[in-house]
Design a protein around this ligand. Structure first.
Ligand code: NAD
Length: 434
């Protein structure tokens, strides 16, 4: 029996750095909070995973099968919730790691939702609109038996957006015979989306940065002033990074560097973000923007700034480059951008980390609002959505600070403890079936 313990987790799930890092961070939190070992054992592995082949006919007439996944990590608190990622490196282990993060995120911010994630191993930039639609619809149909408004509710992630959610909603609804908008969130407004959802993750990132700056001042540490003397770099110019950059710019704080997958741009006097947005809208990349110097993604991470926002992919700050990272605050807009080793070094150095499950929780919070609005068929104004988002983010930030003070640990561990604590109590109350 002893030998069997853990074998399931090692061979099936642990091939990705993201999953291994998430488990290491969970173990650290579990030891610090003295978590019931039986609960820790259950949290290390997902509840359920589905692997599907997604065959579509390409525009050239040939048929190609893509690999798709949906993983539900823990559904003690409610239906699963988590994005769908279209990326060439997606795999079961990565999706499982991301589903685990969703569990702790939903629990931390007090939502009645569990953690899930999905993805297709595909380069979405190589698909025509017609191919992307076929892929999204067939994937939805293949995972149809485990998703639904009461079961598991997908949303956008890397490589997917509101249009993909509209196709998912339509496919699911066609198969059931009537419109079921609550099956996904991050939908277009016309079919039951929420005002403020598209901006919610980036906006939430900036709320947490403002809280961090205020907190550092209150505890007498040197932090950014959040005025025109404050410098910010943003890694990733997608749904999270572009909104965060714009919100930072609107606060009259200087965004000195941003990047996308093709490369980055730098201006020591600060970039004109609305102008960069216009350039991006025309060129679908920020590469080549004429009013700034070209830099690489790696160079962007090493620029000395007050605030660094990694908002692209996981594992970009590692033991290889951590010694060259020079920022007072790192706001983890992306999921898992800092490996556990690099995290230890940054925290030892006194860098203030805003952990992913807190920093980027704005998206799932407004997804929850969208789901609730859909269930009630009663829709809120954008200021109501933003006001409620700010309230939930403020209370989650304070919860993490209080946990950090209580356990005298780093912010990453504190956020996980705060998330695991609520879940732990719920799991103990529900008990183990049968
Ligand atoms: P997106 O696809 O809209 O944007 C991703 C950005 O990262 C793009 O600018 C892309 O060019 C860039 N990028 C991709 N690969 C890169 C690489 N190898 N190096 C540098 N840049 C690269 O995705 P998104 O929704 O903005 O998600 C970004 C991160 O935020 C992901 O980790 C995602 O899981 C996380 N997140 C997203 C949401 C959301 O609501 N969209 C919510 C919570 C967390």
């Amino acid at each position: 029996m002893t030998q069997m313990k853990g074998t399931l987790s090692s061979h099936l799930w642990e091939s990705s750095d993201l999953y291994r890092n998430s488990v290491l961070q969970l173990q650290e939190a579990a030891e610090t909070m003295k978590l019931d070992p039986n609960i820790a054992e259950r949290l290390k592995v997902p509840k359920r995973a589905l692997i599907v082949s997604v065959p579509i006919r390409l525009d050239d007439g040939s048929i190609r099968c893509f690999e798709g996944y949906r993983v539900q990590h823990n559904m003690t608190l409610g239906p699963g919730k988590g994005g769908v990622r279209f990326h060439p490196e997606v795999n079961l282990s990565e999706v499982a790691g991301l589903a685990m993060l969703m569990t702790f995120k939903c629990s931390l911010v007090g939502l009645p939702l569990g953690g899930a994630k999905g993805g297709i191993r595909v380069d979405p930039t190589q698909l025509s609109r017609h191919e992307a639609q076929a892929l999204t619809r067939r994937y939805t149909s293949e995972i149809n038996m485990i998703i639904g408004p009461d079961k598991d509710i997908p949303a956008p992630d890397i490589g997917t957006d509101a249009q993909h959610m509209a196709w998912m909603m339509d496919t699911y609804s066609q198969e059931k015979g009537f419109a079921i908008s609550g099956v996904v969130t991050g939908k277009p407004i016309e079919i039951g989306g929420s005002l403020g959802r598209a901006e919610s993750t980036g906006r939430g990132v900036v709320y947490t940065i403002q809280h961090a700056a205020r907190h550092l001042k209150e505890v007498g540490k040197s932090g950014p002033k959040m005025d025109s003397t404050t410098t910010v770099s943003v890694h990733g110019f997608g749904k999270v990074g572009a909104v965060a950059a714009r919100e930072i710019y609107d606060l009259n704080t200087k965004v000195v560097a941003i990047s996308d997958v093709q490369g980055g741009i730098y201006s020591k006097n600060g970039l004109n973000i609305p102008d960069v947005e216009n350039y991006f809208a025309k060129n679908r990349t920020i590469k080549g923007y004429p009013e700034a110097d070209a830099i690489t993604n790696e160079e962007l991470l090493r620029i000395k700034v007050d605030i660094l926002i990694p908002a692209a992919i996981d594992g970009v700050i590692t033991s290889q480059n951590v010694s060259q990272i020079d920022a007072k605050i790192i706001a983890e807009g992306a999921n898992g951008p800092i490996t556990s080793r690099a995290m230890m070094e940054l925290e030892e150095r006194g860098t203030f980390i805003i952990p992913d499950i807190l920093c980027n929780a704005g998206g799932v919070i407004v997804s929850y609002f969208e789901w609730v609005q859909g269930l009630q068929n009663f829709f809120w104004s954008e200021s109501e959505v933003n006001g409620k988002l700010a309230e939930v983010m403020a209370s989650a930030f304070q919860k993490v600070i209080d946990t950090q003070t209580r356990f005298k640990c780093g912010m990453k561990t504190a956020a996980l403890i705060a998330g695991v604590d609520r879940l732990n109590r719920a799991m103990l109350l529900r008990g183990l079936f049968p």
